[in-house]
Write a protein that binds this ligand. Structure first.
Ligand code: SF4
Length: 343
Protein backbone atom coordinates (compact mmCIF):
# COMPACT_ATOMS: atom_id res chain seq x y z
CA UNK A 1 0.00 0.00 0.00
CA UNK A 2 1.32 3.46 -0.84
CA UNK A 3 4.54 4.14 -2.75
CA UNK A 4 2.88 4.05 -6.17
CA UNK A 5 0.98 0.79 -5.60
CA UNK A 6 -2.55 0.66 -7.05
CA UNK A 7 -5.22 2.08 -4.77
CA UNK A 8 -6.87 -0.84 -3.05
CA UNK A 9 -10.58 -1.33 -2.41
CA UNK A 10 -11.59 -2.62 0.99
CA UNK A 11 -14.77 -3.65 2.70
CA UNK A 12 -15.56 -4.91 6.19
CA UNK A 13 -17.35 -8.15 7.01
CA UNK A 14 -20.75 -7.45 8.54
CA UNK A 15 -21.37 -10.42 10.84
CA UNK A 16 -19.70 -11.81 13.96
CA UNK A 17 -17.18 -14.60 13.40
CA UNK A 18 -16.86 -15.97 16.92
CA UNK A 19 -17.38 -19.70 17.29
CA UNK A 20 -17.83 -20.53 13.60
CA UNK A 21 -17.83 -24.23 12.84
CA UNK A 22 -15.44 -25.84 10.37
CA UNK A 23 -18.16 -25.83 7.67
CA UNK A 24 -19.09 -22.21 8.37
CA UNK A 25 -15.44 -21.20 8.01
CA UNK A 26 -15.29 -23.02 4.67
CA UNK A 27 -18.48 -21.23 3.51
CA UNK A 28 -17.02 -17.91 4.61
CA UNK A 29 -13.90 -18.71 2.60
CA UNK A 30 -16.14 -19.10 -0.48
CA UNK A 31 -17.81 -15.75 0.18
CA UNK A 32 -14.40 -14.08 0.49
CA UNK A 33 -13.42 -15.63 -2.83
CA UNK A 34 -16.58 -14.10 -4.41
CA UNK A 35 -15.73 -10.67 -2.97
CA UNK A 36 -12.18 -11.01 -4.22
CA UNK A 37 -13.43 -11.89 -7.71
CA UNK A 38 -15.70 -8.84 -7.60
CA UNK A 39 -12.67 -6.60 -6.94
CA UNK A 40 -12.20 -6.54 -3.18
CA UNK A 41 -8.48 -6.26 -2.42
CA UNK A 42 -8.53 -6.28 1.39
CA UNK A 43 -11.19 -7.45 3.85
CA UNK A 44 -11.45 -6.33 7.47
CA UNK A 45 -13.09 -8.23 10.34
CA UNK A 46 -14.17 -6.99 13.75
CA UNK A 47 -12.27 -8.88 16.47
CA UNK A 48 -14.01 -8.06 19.75
CA UNK A 49 -13.04 -11.25 21.63
CA UNK A 50 -10.66 -14.17 21.74
CA UNK A 51 -12.97 -16.54 19.83
CA UNK A 52 -13.14 -14.08 16.93
CA UNK A 53 -9.35 -13.75 16.94
CA UNK A 54 -8.99 -17.54 16.77
CA UNK A 55 -11.49 -17.79 13.92
CA UNK A 56 -9.83 -15.01 11.98
CA UNK A 57 -6.47 -16.77 12.22
CA UNK A 58 -8.11 -19.87 10.71
CA UNK A 59 -9.86 -17.90 7.93
CA UNK A 60 -6.57 -16.14 7.10
CA UNK A 61 -5.08 -19.48 6.14
CA UNK A 62 -7.67 -20.06 3.37
CA UNK A 63 -8.33 -16.49 2.23
CA UNK A 64 -7.20 -15.45 -1.27
CA UNK A 65 -6.87 -11.81 -0.12
CA UNK A 66 -5.24 -10.17 2.91
CA UNK A 67 -7.47 -10.01 5.98
CA UNK A 68 -7.33 -7.27 8.60
CA UNK A 69 -8.14 -7.64 12.30
CA UNK A 70 -10.01 -4.62 13.64
CA UNK A 71 -9.08 -4.30 17.32
CA UNK A 72 -10.36 -1.94 19.97
CA UNK A 73 -9.50 -1.84 23.68
CA UNK A 74 -7.72 -5.19 24.11
CA UNK A 75 -4.13 -5.18 22.85
CA UNK A 76 -3.81 -8.92 23.58
CA UNK A 77 -6.23 -9.63 20.73
CA UNK A 78 -3.86 -7.77 18.42
CA UNK A 79 -0.94 -9.88 19.63
CA UNK A 80 -2.93 -13.07 19.10
CA UNK A 81 -3.87 -12.11 15.52
CA UNK A 82 -0.33 -11.06 14.67
CA UNK A 83 1.07 -14.35 15.95
CA UNK A 84 -1.75 -16.30 14.24
CA UNK A 85 -0.96 -15.12 10.70
CA UNK A 86 -3.49 -12.32 10.14
CA UNK A 87 -2.16 -10.08 7.37
CA UNK A 88 -2.74 -6.71 9.01
CA UNK A 89 -3.95 -5.14 12.24
CA UNK A 90 -6.07 -2.07 12.64
CA UNK A 91 -5.84 -0.46 16.06
CA UNK A 92 -6.93 2.81 17.56
CA UNK A 93 -3.97 3.61 19.84
CA UNK A 94 -6.24 6.07 21.66
CA UNK A 95 -8.36 3.27 23.13
CA UNK A 96 -5.78 0.49 23.53
CA UNK A 97 -5.10 1.58 27.10
CA UNK A 98 -1.49 2.78 27.45
CA UNK A 99 1.55 3.65 25.38
CA UNK A 100 3.25 0.54 26.74
CA UNK A 101 0.55 -1.65 25.18
CA UNK A 102 0.83 0.13 21.85
CA UNK A 103 4.59 -0.43 22.02
CA UNK A 104 4.13 -4.17 22.55
CA UNK A 105 1.76 -4.39 19.56
CA UNK A 106 4.31 -2.54 17.42
CA UNK A 107 7.11 -4.83 18.64
CA UNK A 108 5.12 -7.95 17.75
CA UNK A 109 4.13 -6.52 14.35
CA UNK A 110 7.77 -5.74 13.63
CA UNK A 111 8.79 -9.22 14.65
CA UNK A 112 6.21 -10.92 12.40
CA UNK A 113 6.38 -8.42 9.52
CA UNK A 114 2.72 -7.41 9.92
CA UNK A 115 1.62 -3.89 8.91
CA UNK A 116 -0.65 -1.80 11.13
CA UNK A 117 -3.36 0.67 10.32
CA UNK A 118 -3.58 3.48 12.86
CA UNK A 119 -7.25 4.40 13.03
CA UNK A 120 -8.17 7.50 15.00
CA UNK A 121 -11.63 8.83 15.64
CA UNK A 122 -13.26 11.81 17.27
CA UNK A 123 -14.51 9.77 20.22
CA UNK A 124 -11.05 8.92 21.56
CA UNK A 125 -9.15 12.19 21.20
CA UNK A 126 -6.58 13.16 23.84
CA UNK A 127 -8.14 15.47 26.44
CA UNK A 128 -6.21 18.57 25.27
CA UNK A 129 -7.46 18.11 21.69
CA UNK A 130 -10.98 17.39 22.89
CA UNK A 131 -10.96 20.58 25.00
CA UNK A 132 -9.80 22.69 22.06
CA UNK A 133 -12.53 21.28 19.85
CA UNK A 134 -15.15 21.90 22.54
CA UNK A 135 -13.86 25.48 23.05
CA UNK A 136 -13.97 26.16 19.34
CA UNK A 137 -10.18 26.70 19.21
CA UNK A 138 -9.69 23.84 16.78
CA UNK A 139 -11.84 22.18 14.13
CA UNK A 140 -12.70 18.52 14.54
CA UNK A 141 -10.73 17.80 11.35
CA UNK A 142 -7.61 19.50 12.69
CA UNK A 143 -7.90 17.59 15.97
CA UNK A 144 -8.22 14.28 14.09
CA UNK A 145 -5.14 15.13 12.05
CA UNK A 146 -3.19 16.11 15.17
CA UNK A 147 -4.22 12.89 16.92
CA UNK A 148 -3.09 10.83 13.91
CA UNK A 149 0.25 12.66 13.71
CA UNK A 150 0.86 12.04 17.44
CA UNK A 151 0.18 8.33 17.09
CA UNK A 152 2.33 8.10 13.96
CA UNK A 153 5.22 9.80 15.81
CA UNK A 154 5.42 6.87 18.23
CA UNK A 155 5.59 4.39 15.34
CA UNK A 156 8.35 6.47 13.72
CA UNK A 157 10.23 6.68 17.02
CA UNK A 158 10.24 2.88 17.17
CA UNK A 159 11.47 2.67 13.56
CA UNK A 160 8.29 0.93 12.48
CA UNK A 161 7.24 2.36 9.15
CA UNK A 162 4.84 -0.33 7.90
CA UNK A 163 1.81 1.64 8.89
CA UNK A 164 -1.06 3.51 7.28
CA UNK A 165 -3.46 5.99 8.82
CA UNK A 166 -7.20 6.52 8.80
CA UNK A 167 -9.11 9.36 10.40
CA UNK A 168 -12.77 8.69 11.06
CA UNK A 169 -15.01 11.59 10.18
CA UNK A 170 -18.65 11.19 9.32
CA UNK A 171 -19.07 14.26 7.13
CA UNK A 172 -17.55 14.62 3.66
CA UNK A 173 -16.21 18.09 4.52
CA UNK A 174 -14.38 16.91 7.63
CA UNK A 175 -13.08 13.84 5.79
CA UNK A 176 -11.57 16.05 3.10
CA UNK A 177 -10.13 18.56 5.56
CA UNK A 178 -8.40 16.09 7.90
CA UNK A 179 -6.92 14.06 5.06
CA UNK A 180 -5.62 17.16 3.27
CA UNK A 181 -4.04 18.44 6.49
CA UNK A 182 -2.42 15.08 7.19
CA UNK A 183 -1.11 14.67 3.64
CA UNK A 184 0.60 18.09 3.91
CA UNK A 185 2.58 16.85 6.91
CA UNK A 186 3.21 13.15 6.38
CA UNK A 187 3.92 10.64 3.61
CA UNK A 188 2.23 7.78 5.47
CA UNK A 189 -0.33 5.93 3.30
CA UNK A 190 -3.89 7.08 3.89
CA UNK A 191 -7.01 4.95 4.10
CA UNK A 192 -9.96 7.04 2.86
CA UNK A 193 -13.59 6.73 3.81
CA UNK A 194 -16.54 8.70 5.12
CA UNK A 195 -17.53 6.74 8.16
CA UNK A 196 -21.16 5.93 8.94
CA UNK A 197 -22.01 7.40 5.55
CA UNK A 198 -25.54 5.97 5.59
CA UNK A 199 -27.73 3.76 3.42
CA UNK A 200 -26.79 2.87 -0.16
CA UNK A 201 -27.66 6.03 -2.09
CA UNK A 202 -26.82 8.60 0.57
CA UNK A 203 -23.64 6.76 1.50
CA UNK A 204 -22.41 6.50 -2.08
CA UNK A 205 -23.17 10.18 -2.78
CA UNK A 206 -21.40 11.39 0.38
CA UNK A 207 -18.41 9.13 -0.20
CA UNK A 208 -18.12 10.02 -3.88
CA UNK A 209 -18.20 13.75 -3.10
CA UNK A 210 -15.34 13.50 -0.59
CA UNK A 211 -13.21 10.76 -2.10
CA UNK A 212 -13.17 11.88 -5.73
CA UNK A 213 -11.84 15.29 -4.62
CA UNK A 214 -9.10 13.74 -2.51
CA UNK A 215 -8.13 11.11 -5.08
CA UNK A 216 -7.89 13.70 -7.84
CA UNK A 217 -5.47 15.64 -5.61
CA UNK A 218 -3.35 12.50 -5.29
CA UNK A 219 -4.43 11.84 -1.70
CA UNK A 220 -5.36 8.29 -0.67
CA UNK A 221 -3.84 4.83 -1.00
CA UNK A 222 -6.77 2.63 -0.09
CA UNK A 223 -10.48 3.19 0.45
CA UNK A 224 -13.66 1.79 1.85
CA UNK A 225 -17.15 2.99 1.00
CA UNK A 226 -18.87 2.50 4.33
CA UNK A 227 -22.53 1.67 3.69
CA UNK A 228 -25.50 0.28 5.59
CA UNK A 229 -25.64 -2.22 2.76
CA UNK A 230 -23.84 -5.30 1.44
CA UNK A 231 -20.08 -5.83 1.25
CA UNK A 232 -20.49 -6.40 -2.49
CA UNK A 233 -22.08 -2.97 -2.97
CA UNK A 234 -19.28 -1.36 -0.95
CA UNK A 235 -16.77 -3.00 -3.30
CA UNK A 236 -18.67 -2.02 -6.46
CA UNK A 237 -18.97 1.59 -5.22
CA UNK A 238 -15.24 1.70 -4.40
CA UNK A 239 -14.29 0.39 -7.84
CA UNK A 240 -16.58 2.87 -9.59
CA UNK A 241 -15.13 5.80 -7.64
CA UNK A 242 -11.64 4.75 -8.74
CA UNK A 243 -12.92 4.29 -12.29
CA UNK A 244 -14.48 7.76 -12.47
CA UNK A 245 -11.16 9.21 -11.23
CA UNK A 246 -9.29 7.30 -13.95
CA UNK A 247 -7.46 5.24 -11.33
CA UNK A 248 -8.81 1.81 -12.19
CA UNK A 249 -9.70 0.75 -15.71
CA UNK A 250 -9.86 -3.03 -15.73
CA UNK A 251 -13.15 -4.88 -15.71
CA UNK A 252 -16.52 -4.47 -17.37
CA UNK A 253 -17.94 -0.97 -17.68
CA UNK A 254 -21.73 -1.17 -17.65
CA UNK A 255 -23.86 1.30 -19.60
CA UNK A 256 -27.55 0.86 -18.89
CA UNK A 257 -30.56 2.99 -19.65
CA UNK A 258 -32.87 4.11 -16.84
CA UNK A 259 -35.89 2.62 -18.68
CA UNK A 260 -38.95 4.67 -19.64
CA UNK A 261 -42.49 4.27 -20.99
CA UNK A 262 -40.94 3.00 -24.24
CA UNK A 263 -39.29 0.06 -22.56
CA UNK A 264 -39.43 -3.37 -24.06
CA UNK A 265 -36.53 -5.07 -22.31
CA UNK A 266 -36.30 -5.64 -18.58
CA UNK A 267 -33.08 -3.69 -17.92
CA UNK A 268 -33.52 -3.65 -14.14
CA UNK A 269 -34.21 -7.39 -13.87
CA UNK A 270 -31.31 -8.25 -16.18
CA UNK A 271 -28.88 -6.23 -14.10
CA UNK A 272 -30.20 -7.60 -10.85
CA UNK A 273 -29.54 -11.11 -12.15
CA UNK A 274 -26.21 -10.51 -13.83
CA UNK A 275 -24.36 -7.57 -12.28
CA UNK A 276 -22.35 -9.85 -9.94
CA UNK A 277 -21.21 -11.83 -13.01
CA UNK A 278 -20.09 -8.63 -14.73
CA UNK A 279 -18.28 -7.47 -11.60
CA UNK A 280 -16.36 -10.76 -11.53
CA UNK A 281 -15.13 -10.40 -15.14
CA UNK A 282 -11.62 -9.18 -15.85
CA UNK A 283 -12.41 -8.36 -19.51
CA UNK A 284 -11.78 -4.72 -20.28
CA UNK A 285 -14.99 -4.08 -22.21
CA UNK A 286 -18.08 -1.87 -22.23
CA UNK A 287 -21.46 -3.59 -22.03
CA UNK A 288 -24.78 -1.85 -22.79
CA UNK A 289 -28.14 -2.97 -21.39
CA UNK A 290 -30.83 -0.93 -23.10
CA UNK A 291 -34.58 -0.84 -22.62
CA UNK A 292 -35.80 -0.58 -26.22
CA UNK A 293 -34.83 -1.53 -29.74
CA UNK A 294 -35.78 1.92 -31.06
CA UNK A 295 -32.92 3.64 -29.24
CA UNK A 296 -30.99 0.78 -27.64
CA UNK A 297 -28.43 -0.22 -30.30
CA UNK A 298 -27.99 3.43 -31.38
CA UNK A 299 -27.52 4.78 -27.87
CA UNK A 300 -25.28 1.85 -27.01
CA UNK A 301 -23.16 2.02 -30.17
CA UNK A 302 -19.98 2.78 -28.23
CA UNK A 303 -20.41 -0.43 -26.29
CA UNK A 304 -18.48 -3.54 -27.29
CA UNK A 305 -21.59 -5.64 -26.77
CA UNK A 306 -25.16 -4.89 -25.74
CA UNK A 307 -28.61 -6.36 -25.36
CA UNK A 308 -32.04 -4.87 -25.84
CA UNK A 309 -35.46 -6.10 -26.81
CA UNK A 310 -39.14 -5.61 -27.35
CA UNK A 311 -41.57 -7.76 -25.44
CA UNK A 312 -40.87 -11.38 -26.40
CA UNK A 313 -38.01 -10.46 -28.74
CA UNK A 314 -34.39 -9.66 -27.91
CA UNK A 315 -31.49 -8.33 -29.94
CA UNK A 316 -27.78 -8.44 -29.26
CA UNK A 317 -25.54 -5.84 -30.82
CA UNK A 318 -21.82 -5.21 -31.13
CA UNK A 319 -20.68 -1.60 -31.58
CA UNK A 320 -24.29 -0.74 -32.48
CA UNK A 321 -24.67 -3.44 -35.18
CA UNK A 322 -27.21 -6.18 -34.49
CA UNK A 323 -25.52 -9.60 -34.48
CA UNK A 324 -28.27 -11.77 -33.01
CA UNK A 325 -32.08 -11.76 -32.96
CA UNK A 326 -34.29 -14.20 -31.13
CA UNK A 327 -36.69 -14.71 -28.29
CA UNK A 328 -36.22 -12.84 -25.01
CA UNK A 329 -36.17 -16.27 -23.36
CA UNK A 330 -33.01 -17.28 -25.29
CA UNK A 331 -31.49 -13.79 -25.29
CA UNK A 332 -29.60 -13.98 -22.00
CA UNK A 333 -27.90 -17.26 -22.82
CA UNK A 334 -26.99 -16.03 -26.31
CA UNK A 335 -25.65 -12.80 -24.85
CA UNK A 336 -23.20 -14.53 -22.51
CA UNK A 337 -22.25 -17.08 -25.19
CA UNK A 338 -21.24 -14.26 -27.54
CA UNK A 339 -19.61 -12.25 -24.76
CA UNK A 340 -17.58 -15.20 -23.49
CA UNK A 341 -16.62 -16.33 -26.98
CA UNK A 342 -15.77 -13.02 -28.63
CA UNK A 343 -14.15 -10.98 -25.88
S1 SF4 B 1 -33.17 3.10 -24.36
FE1 SF4 B 1 -35.37 3.11 -24.80
S2 SF4 B 1 -36.33 2.41 -22.90
FE2 SF4 B 1 -34.26 3.04 -22.36
S3 SF4 B 1 -34.53 5.16 -21.71
FE3 SF4 B 1 -33.91 5.19 -23.87
S4 SF4 B 1 -35.86 5.31 -24.96
FE4 SF4 B 1 -36.36 4.64 -22.85
Amino acid sequence: MGGGEKISVQTMWKSPICNLSHDEIRELGEKIRELSTAGCDILRFAVPDEESAETLCKISKISPIPLVADIHFDYKLALKCIEGGVAKIRINPGNIGSEERVRSVIAAAKNYGVPIRIGVNGGSLDSDLRRKVNNGEMTGAKALCQAALREAALFDELNFFEYGVSMKASSPGETMECNRLFAEQSDAPLHLGVTEAGPLIRGVVQSTYALTSLLREGIGDTLRISLSDSCLNEVIAGKEILRVCGLRQEGVKIISCPRCGRKGFDVHGFLQRWQPRFEAMTKNITVAIMGCVVNGPGEGKHADIGISGNGDDAVIFKKGTIVWRGSAKDGEEAFFRILDGDF
